[in-house]
Design a protein around this ligand. Structure first.
Ligand code: BJW
Ligand code: ZN
Length: 249
Protein backbone atom coordinates (compact mmCIF):
# COMPACT_ATOMS: atom_id res chain seq x y z
CA UNK A 1 0.00 0.00 0.00
CA UNK A 2 1.25 3.50 -0.76
CA UNK A 3 2.83 5.39 2.14
CA UNK A 4 0.11 8.06 2.12
CA UNK A 5 -2.62 5.42 2.48
CA UNK A 6 -0.81 3.75 5.36
CA UNK A 7 -0.40 7.13 7.05
CA UNK A 8 -4.14 7.76 6.59
CA UNK A 9 -5.02 4.41 8.18
CA UNK A 10 -2.70 5.05 11.11
CA UNK A 11 -4.02 8.58 11.60
CA UNK A 12 -7.63 7.31 11.61
CA UNK A 13 -6.69 4.80 14.33
CA UNK A 14 -5.00 7.51 16.38
CA UNK A 15 -7.95 9.85 15.93
CA UNK A 16 -10.41 7.17 17.11
CA UNK A 17 -8.35 6.15 20.14
CA UNK A 18 -8.98 7.38 23.70
CA UNK A 19 -6.59 5.28 25.77
CA UNK A 20 -3.18 5.45 24.16
CA UNK A 21 0.16 3.87 25.04
CA UNK A 22 3.37 4.77 23.21
CA UNK A 23 6.24 2.28 23.54
CA UNK A 24 9.61 3.58 22.43
CA UNK A 25 13.10 2.19 21.96
CA UNK A 26 16.55 3.37 20.95
CA UNK A 27 15.49 4.11 17.34
CA UNK A 28 13.56 7.15 18.57
CA UNK A 29 16.79 8.72 19.86
CA UNK A 30 18.90 7.64 16.86
CA UNK A 31 18.19 10.89 14.98
CA UNK A 32 19.43 12.78 18.06
CA UNK A 33 22.80 11.07 17.59
CA UNK A 34 22.40 8.45 20.34
CA UNK A 35 23.67 5.01 19.23
CA UNK A 36 21.16 2.15 19.14
CA UNK A 37 22.02 -1.31 20.51
CA UNK A 38 21.34 -3.61 17.58
CA UNK A 39 21.81 -3.23 13.83
CA UNK A 40 24.97 -2.56 11.87
CA UNK A 41 26.07 0.54 13.83
CA UNK A 42 24.62 -0.69 17.13
CA UNK A 43 26.51 -0.75 20.43
CA UNK A 44 26.35 -4.55 20.63
CA UNK A 45 28.40 -4.76 17.40
CA UNK A 46 31.32 -3.08 19.18
CA UNK A 47 30.80 -4.08 22.81
CA UNK A 48 29.80 -7.31 24.50
CA UNK A 49 26.57 -6.88 26.44
CA UNK A 50 27.54 -9.50 29.04
CA UNK A 51 30.78 -7.56 29.83
CA UNK A 52 28.97 -4.25 30.31
CA UNK A 53 25.26 -4.55 30.93
CA UNK A 54 24.93 -7.25 33.57
CA UNK A 55 25.25 -7.17 37.39
CA UNK A 56 28.04 -9.76 37.08
CA UNK A 57 30.03 -7.44 34.81
CA UNK A 58 29.68 -4.64 37.37
CA UNK A 59 30.86 -6.86 40.24
CA UNK A 60 33.80 -8.05 38.14
CA UNK A 61 34.95 -4.70 36.76
CA UNK A 62 33.01 -1.63 37.94
CA UNK A 63 35.60 0.73 36.41
CA UNK A 64 35.18 -0.73 32.91
CA UNK A 65 31.39 -0.60 33.18
CA UNK A 66 31.49 3.00 34.42
CA UNK A 67 33.91 4.06 31.66
CA UNK A 68 31.44 2.78 29.10
CA UNK A 69 28.53 4.59 30.75
CA UNK A 70 30.61 7.75 31.13
CA UNK A 71 31.34 7.66 27.37
CA UNK A 72 27.63 7.21 26.57
CA UNK A 73 26.67 9.98 29.01
CA UNK A 74 29.04 12.32 27.17
CA UNK A 75 27.32 11.56 23.84
CA UNK A 76 23.85 11.90 25.35
CA UNK A 77 24.71 15.14 27.17
CA UNK A 78 25.22 16.76 23.75
CA UNK A 79 22.05 15.26 22.26
CA UNK A 80 18.81 17.20 21.88
CA UNK A 81 15.30 15.79 21.60
CA UNK A 82 14.27 15.36 17.96
CA UNK A 83 10.83 15.79 16.33
CA UNK A 84 9.83 12.24 17.36
CA UNK A 85 10.34 13.06 21.06
CA UNK A 86 8.53 16.38 20.56
CA UNK A 87 5.48 14.86 18.89
CA UNK A 88 5.18 12.19 21.59
CA UNK A 89 5.31 14.94 24.24
CA UNK A 90 2.50 16.78 22.41
CA UNK A 91 0.39 13.63 22.14
CA UNK A 92 0.03 13.28 25.91
CA UNK A 93 -1.83 16.62 26.08
CA UNK A 94 -4.45 15.36 23.66
CA UNK A 95 -5.45 11.98 25.09
CA UNK A 96 -7.42 11.65 28.35
CA UNK A 97 -5.59 8.40 29.10
CA UNK A 98 -2.02 8.23 27.94
CA UNK A 99 1.21 6.56 28.97
CA UNK A 100 4.62 6.70 27.37
CA UNK A 101 6.59 3.55 28.15
CA UNK A 102 10.18 4.00 27.10
CA UNK A 103 13.04 1.52 27.15
CA UNK A 104 15.44 4.43 26.66
CA UNK A 105 17.67 5.50 29.52
CA UNK A 106 18.84 8.76 27.90
CA UNK A 107 16.20 11.06 29.45
CA UNK A 108 15.42 12.72 26.09
CA UNK A 109 11.67 12.17 26.41
CA UNK A 110 11.70 14.06 29.72
CA UNK A 111 13.78 16.79 28.11
CA UNK A 112 11.16 17.06 25.35
CA UNK A 113 8.44 17.60 27.99
CA UNK A 114 6.88 14.14 28.38
CA UNK A 115 5.47 13.75 31.90
CA UNK A 116 3.14 10.74 31.72
CA UNK A 117 6.10 8.44 31.28
CA UNK A 118 7.55 5.24 32.68
CA UNK A 119 11.23 4.66 32.00
CA UNK A 120 11.14 0.89 32.36
CA UNK A 121 14.90 0.40 31.95
CA UNK A 122 15.78 3.35 34.19
CA UNK A 123 17.76 6.50 33.51
CA UNK A 124 21.50 6.89 33.25
CA UNK A 125 21.45 10.32 34.86
CA UNK A 126 20.39 8.63 38.11
CA UNK A 127 22.86 6.65 40.22
CA UNK A 128 22.00 4.02 42.82
CA UNK A 129 24.25 2.69 45.58
CA UNK A 130 24.82 -1.02 45.20
CA UNK A 131 24.78 -1.47 48.99
CA UNK A 132 22.46 1.02 50.71
CA UNK A 133 20.23 1.71 47.68
CA UNK A 134 20.62 5.53 47.98
CA UNK A 135 19.63 7.24 44.70
CA UNK A 136 21.00 10.54 43.42
CA UNK A 137 20.69 12.55 40.21
CA UNK A 138 24.08 13.18 38.63
CA UNK A 139 24.74 15.12 35.40
CA UNK A 140 28.52 15.40 35.69
CA UNK A 141 30.25 14.69 32.35
CA UNK A 142 32.85 13.38 32.34
CA UNK A 143 32.61 11.95 35.84
CA UNK A 144 35.43 13.17 38.10
CA UNK A 145 35.58 9.91 40.02
CA UNK A 146 35.23 6.53 38.29
CA UNK A 147 33.65 4.46 39.73
CA UNK A 148 31.64 7.02 41.74
CA UNK A 149 31.23 6.31 45.45
CA UNK A 150 28.28 6.63 47.83
CA UNK A 151 28.82 8.33 51.23
CA UNK A 152 28.28 4.84 52.76
CA UNK A 153 31.60 3.80 51.17
CA UNK A 154 30.16 1.46 48.56
CA UNK A 155 29.85 2.06 44.80
CA UNK A 156 27.17 3.82 42.86
CA UNK A 157 25.92 2.06 39.73
CA UNK A 158 23.84 3.56 36.93
CA UNK A 159 20.17 3.20 37.93
CA UNK A 160 19.33 1.18 34.83
CA UNK A 161 18.04 -2.36 34.31
CA UNK A 162 20.70 -4.78 33.20
CA UNK A 163 20.23 -8.21 31.63
CA UNK A 164 19.04 -10.74 34.18
CA UNK A 165 17.54 -8.04 36.43
CA UNK A 166 13.82 -7.57 36.95
CA UNK A 167 12.13 -4.32 36.05
CA UNK A 168 11.17 -2.59 39.35
CA UNK A 169 7.69 -3.80 40.26
CA UNK A 170 5.97 -0.39 40.33
CA UNK A 171 7.19 0.48 36.82
CA UNK A 172 6.34 -2.90 35.42
CA UNK A 173 2.90 -2.84 36.99
CA UNK A 174 2.15 0.60 35.50
CA UNK A 175 3.35 -0.48 32.05
CA UNK A 176 1.50 -3.79 32.13
CA UNK A 177 -1.80 -2.23 33.32
CA UNK A 178 -1.65 0.45 30.63
CA UNK A 179 -0.84 -2.12 27.93
CA UNK A 180 -3.77 -4.28 29.03
CA UNK A 181 -6.29 -1.47 28.97
CA UNK A 182 -5.24 0.76 26.06
CA UNK A 183 -7.17 0.87 22.79
CA UNK A 184 -4.12 1.85 20.75
CA UNK A 185 -0.42 1.20 21.16
CA UNK A 186 2.10 3.10 19.05
CA UNK A 187 5.38 1.16 18.99
CA UNK A 188 8.31 3.21 17.71
CA UNK A 189 12.02 2.55 17.20
CA UNK A 190 12.36 -0.74 19.04
CA UNK A 191 13.69 -4.06 17.76
CA UNK A 192 11.19 -5.66 20.18
CA UNK A 193 13.50 -8.51 21.13
CA UNK A 194 14.18 -7.64 24.76
CA UNK A 195 11.78 -9.06 27.32
CA UNK A 196 9.59 -8.23 29.09
CA UNK A 197 9.15 -4.95 27.11
CA UNK A 198 8.61 -6.88 23.87
CA UNK A 199 5.56 -8.59 25.38
CA UNK A 200 3.73 -5.31 25.99
CA UNK A 201 2.41 -4.94 22.40
CA UNK A 202 1.45 -8.63 22.38
CA UNK A 203 -0.48 -8.10 25.61
CA UNK A 204 -2.17 -4.97 24.21
CA UNK A 205 -3.15 -6.75 21.01
CA UNK A 206 -4.59 -9.73 22.87
CA UNK A 207 -6.79 -7.28 24.83
CA UNK A 208 -8.14 -5.76 21.64
CA UNK A 209 -5.86 -2.76 21.10
CA UNK A 210 -4.79 -1.61 17.68
CA UNK A 211 -1.06 -1.58 17.08
CA UNK A 212 0.68 1.04 14.96
CA UNK A 213 4.39 0.48 14.42
CA UNK A 214 7.06 2.91 13.24
CA UNK A 215 10.47 1.47 12.42
CA UNK A 216 13.12 1.46 9.70
CA UNK A 217 12.52 -2.24 9.15
CA UNK A 218 10.18 -5.12 10.05
CA UNK A 219 10.38 -6.44 13.64
CA UNK A 220 8.67 -9.26 15.56
CA UNK A 221 5.80 -6.78 16.13
CA UNK A 222 5.15 -6.29 12.42
CA UNK A 223 3.12 -9.50 12.26
CA UNK A 224 0.60 -8.27 14.86
CA UNK A 225 0.62 -4.61 13.83
CA UNK A 226 -2.50 -3.14 12.23
CA UNK A 227 -0.28 -0.71 10.36
CA UNK A 228 3.51 -0.63 10.05
CA UNK A 229 5.09 2.58 8.82
CA UNK A 230 8.64 2.07 7.64
CA UNK A 231 10.94 5.05 7.88
CA UNK A 232 12.55 7.41 10.37
CA UNK A 233 10.55 8.11 13.50
CA UNK A 234 11.60 11.78 13.40
CA UNK A 235 9.99 12.14 9.97
CA UNK A 236 7.01 9.79 10.19
CA UNK A 237 5.67 10.80 13.61
CA UNK A 238 5.36 14.53 12.75
CA UNK A 239 3.61 13.64 9.45
CA UNK A 240 1.25 11.32 11.28
CA UNK A 241 0.51 13.77 14.10
CA UNK A 242 -0.14 16.58 11.62
CA UNK A 243 -3.11 14.55 10.38
CA UNK A 244 -4.44 13.77 13.87
CA UNK A 245 -3.86 16.76 16.11
CA UNK A 246 -6.77 19.08 16.80
CA UNK A 247 -6.53 22.01 14.40
CA UNK A 248 -6.45 24.56 17.24
CA UNK A 249 -3.49 22.78 18.94
C1 BJW B 1 14.67 3.39 13.97
C2 BJW B 1 15.48 4.46 13.68
C3 BJW B 1 14.83 5.63 13.32
C4 BJW B 1 16.78 2.89 14.17
N1 BJW B 1 13.48 5.65 13.29
N2 BJW B 1 13.35 3.43 13.93
C5 BJW B 1 17.15 -15.81 26.33
C6 BJW B 1 18.52 -15.80 26.61
C7 BJW B 1 19.06 -14.89 27.51
C8 BJW B 1 18.27 -13.98 28.15
C9 BJW B 1 16.93 -13.99 27.86
C10 BJW B 1 16.38 -14.89 26.98
N3 BJW B 1 15.03 -14.63 26.90
C11 BJW B 1 14.76 -13.60 27.69
C12 BJW B 1 15.89 -13.20 28.29
C13 BJW B 1 16.02 -12.11 29.24
C14 BJW B 1 16.52 -10.80 28.68
C15 BJW B 1 16.20 -10.67 27.20
O1 BJW B 1 15.13 -10.26 26.80
N4 BJW B 1 17.15 -11.00 26.34
C16 BJW B 1 16.94 -11.02 24.88
C17 BJW B 1 17.92 -10.07 24.22
C18 BJW B 1 17.06 -12.42 24.41
N5 BJW B 1 15.82 -9.80 29.44
C19 BJW B 1 16.23 -9.44 30.63
O2 BJW B 1 17.25 -9.89 31.14
C20 BJW B 1 15.36 -8.44 31.36
N6 BJW B 1 15.12 -8.89 32.68
C21 BJW B 1 14.51 -10.07 32.94
O3 BJW B 1 14.10 -10.79 32.07
O4 BJW B 1 14.38 -10.32 34.27
C22 BJW B 1 13.80 -11.56 34.65
C23 BJW B 1 13.87 -11.63 36.17
C24 BJW B 1 12.70 -11.72 36.87
C25 BJW B 1 12.77 -11.80 38.26
C26 BJW B 1 14.00 -11.79 38.92
C27 BJW B 1 15.18 -11.68 38.18
C28 BJW B 1 15.10 -11.60 36.79
C29 BJW B 1 16.05 -7.10 31.48
C30 BJW B 1 16.36 -6.49 30.17
C31 BJW B 1 17.14 -5.20 30.37
C32 BJW B 1 17.63 -4.62 29.06
N7 BJW B 1 18.61 -3.64 29.32
C33 BJW B 1 19.15 -2.85 28.20
C34 BJW B 1 20.28 -1.97 28.75
C35 BJW B 1 19.71 -0.82 29.58
C36 BJW B 1 20.79 0.03 30.16
C37 BJW B 1 21.65 0.70 29.12
O5 BJW B 1 21.16 1.38 28.21
O6 BJW B 1 22.85 0.55 29.24
O7 BJW B 1 18.11 -2.06 27.65
S1 BJW B 1 19.69 -3.83 26.84
C38 BJW B 1 19.12 -2.72 25.59
O8 BJW B 1 18.06 -3.34 24.82
C39 BJW B 1 18.49 -1.55 26.35
C40 BJW B 1 17.27 -1.28 25.51
O9 BJW B 1 16.33 -0.57 26.27
C41 BJW B 1 16.83 -2.65 25.11
C42 BJW B 1 15.92 -2.67 23.90
O10 BJW B 1 16.56 -2.20 22.78
P1 BJW B 1 15.78 -1.26 21.73
O11 BJW B 1 15.40 -0.01 22.41
O12 BJW B 1 14.72 -2.03 21.08
O13 BJW B 1 16.97 -0.87 20.72
P2 BJW B 1 17.57 -1.72 19.50
O14 BJW B 1 18.89 -1.14 19.21
O15 BJW B 1 17.50 -3.16 19.76
O16 BJW B 1 16.58 -1.43 18.30
C43 BJW B 1 16.50 -0.16 17.69
C44 BJW B 1 15.37 -0.23 16.68
O17 BJW B 1 15.15 1.06 16.17
C45 BJW B 1 15.66 -1.14 15.47
O18 BJW B 1 14.52 -1.95 15.22
C46 BJW B 1 15.90 -0.17 14.31
O19 BJW B 1 15.45 -0.67 13.07
C47 BJW B 1 15.08 1.00 14.74
N8 BJW B 1 15.55 2.30 14.30
N9 BJW B 1 16.82 4.04 13.80
C48 BJW B 1 12.81 4.49 13.57
N10 BJW B 1 15.55 6.73 12.99
ZN1 ZN C 1 25.42 3.64 49.83
Amino acid sequence: MAEENLLNFASKFLAEARRVVVLTGAGVSAESGVPTFRGKDGLWKRFRAEELATPEAFSRNPRLVWEWYDWRRQIIARAKPNPAHQVIAEMEKYYPEFLLITQNVDGLHLKAGSRRIVEIHGNLWRLRCDRCGRKIENYEVPLKEIPPRCPCGSLYRPDVVWFGEPIPADRFEAAWCAARSCDLMLVAGTSAVVQPAASLPVMAKSHGARIVEVNLEPTPITGIADVSLFGRAGEILPKLWEKVKPKSA
